[in-house]
Design a binder for this molecule. Structure first.
Ligand code: ATP
Length: 435
């Protein structure tokens, strides 16, 4: 179940120490709750996003991709409802003056324990900026607080260019920005983050069925990528708590070190978004069903996930410390599809004789897998280093390799070693890692 808070500290430390996630603007003392993804973090985050894209777009014939602009005009956000209602209730503690989201603190200041606050004010979470050199209302722009609206505004473009008919979906991965009142818990809640959202357009009569389908599909995606079932659960929002646009919302929740919290939300948004944009823009955002000779506004089922939040959940559930031969090893038991490196090639020593064969092995595997090549320090230390960053397979080239043209393959999880002929290596590793 959920870990102790120490695990969070251990994972944050590991992320910084091993180049996954650095505090942003570190040399200037950092910029609160903003993070940079380092050499290993960028590999893993890409793998998270690629796994999502693969399951949403590559492996299906009913979903296409999109990459819409981050900057948008006020008209989009007026129509979507974000200008009026994308707010959090903000209160200030009357004693220590700290600012909080009222709905997250149960009437008690988490900093000083005081229970008196200012009146709550609605605080809009969108980042507002100016586009171009013109002052005034016409040049106001917003950084998108979700990727979804770019999908709705392109609904007609995609429908006509791709000759789609419901049910079909549009998937998008990209940055979103929210001026969160209390960003917290490492990359769980940040002001700049990455989302993976898909809007699935369906005939209204099929909406409920597809809503259930996507809840199931999304839950299973996390399970398939290695989050244990006892750390995942579904939480269906009660009707009276639903957002104004929602006809049903279910969250996939993860057992974080601080308790159950959201990983992803799946909502049945009805025809709210297309109707709003249609009314505001004057453009028809409908589907004409030729067979039935009728026009209708499709309903939308939206699975909305966070790429950065998902990466954190994968890290937390993969992290383990265990004692091996009297020594503690930390290991990230990441699914090979998510690990920054799938393979590490480790020449037993720095002796030049081993270099050519090691480089040959690297050259065989590199086209298929992200590989690390490490010659420094003892082989034991190098195995530990790879365990700690989740590399599923280490391949050691030793002096025997020069004669028998074989290498040792070591498994991260079992630490078992196997001798494999170099001529069979690529297909062996593909067999072990590819899914
Ligand atoms: P919360 O209630 O936690 O503020 P939300 O319900 O507003 O989140 P959605 O608008 O449904 O979140 O966003 C979809 C997904 O985007 C979330 O499930 C989460 O994974 C991710 N996400 C949202 N806000 C943030 C954030 N500030 N930092 C990181 N990820 C986020």
């Amino acid at each position: 179940m959920s870990d102790t808070p120490d695990i969070l500290e251990s994972v944050i430390n590991l992320c910084k120490r091993r180049g996954f996630i650095f505090p942003s603007a570190d040399i200037y003392g950092g910029f609160r709750s903003t993070y940079d993804y380092g050499p290993l973090g960028v590999l893993m985050l890409r793998n998270v996003k690629n796994s999502w894209w693969r399951s949403m777009v590559q492996m299906r014939d009913d979903i296409v991709g999109l990459d819409a602009a981050i900057l948008g005009p006020p008209a989009v956000w007026a129509a979507s409802g974000h200008l009026a209602t994308f707010t959090d209730p903000l209160v200030d503690c009357l004693k220590c003056k700290e600012r909080w989201r009222e709905d997250k603190i149960d009437g008690v200041c988490p900093k000083c324990g005081n229970t008196t606050f200012t009146e709550s004010r609605a605080f809009n979470l969108m980042f507002k900026t100016q586009a171009g050199p013109i002052e005034g209302e016409g040049a106001t722009a917003y950084l998108r607080p979700e990727t979804a609206q770019g999908i709705f505004t392109n609904f007609a473009n995609v429908l006509t260019t791709m000759r789609r008919k419901p049910p079909f979906g549009i998937a998008q991965i990209g940055k979103s920005f929210r001026n969160e009142i209390t960003p917290q818990n490492f990359v769980f809640r940040t002001r700049e983050f990455e989302q993976m959202e898909m809007e699935y357009f369906v005939p209204p009569a099929e909406a409920d069925e597809w809503y259930r389908y996507w809840i199931d599909a999304r839950y299973n995606w996390y399970l398939d990528l290695g989050i244990p079932a006892d750390r995942l659960r579904l939480f269906e929002h009660p009707q009276h708590d639903l957002s104004h646009y929602s006809r049903g919302t279910t969250d996939v929740e993860f057992a974080y070190p601080w308790g159950w919290d959201e990983l992803e939300g799946i909502a049945n948004r009805g025809d709210y978004d297309l109707t709003q944009h249609s009314n505001a823009s004057g453009q028809k955002l409908e589907f004409y069903d030729q067979a039935a000779n009728e026009r209708y506004t499709p309903y939308v089922i939206e699975p909305a996930a966070g790429a950065t939040r998902a990466m954190m959940a994968f890290l937390l559930s993969a992290y383990e410390e265990e004692v091996v031969d009297g020594e503690t090893r930390s290991v990230l038991r990441l699914d090979p599809r998510l690990a920054p490196y799938q393979v590490a090639v480790l020449p037993l020593s720095k002796k030049p004789e081993l270099e050519a064969t090691s480089r040959e092995v690297l050259g065989l595997l590199r086209p298929y897998f992200m590989c690390d090549y490490d010659v420094t320090q003892s082989i034991g230390k190098r195995y530990r280093r790879q365990d700690e960053v989740g590399t599923p397979l280490c391949i050691t080239v030793d002096f025997d390799s020069l004669d028998d043209r074989a290498v040792t393959v070591r498994d991260r999880d079992t630490m078992a070693q196997e001798r494999i002929a170099i001529s069979d290596l690529a297909s062996y590793v593909i067999g072990r890692l590819a899914r």
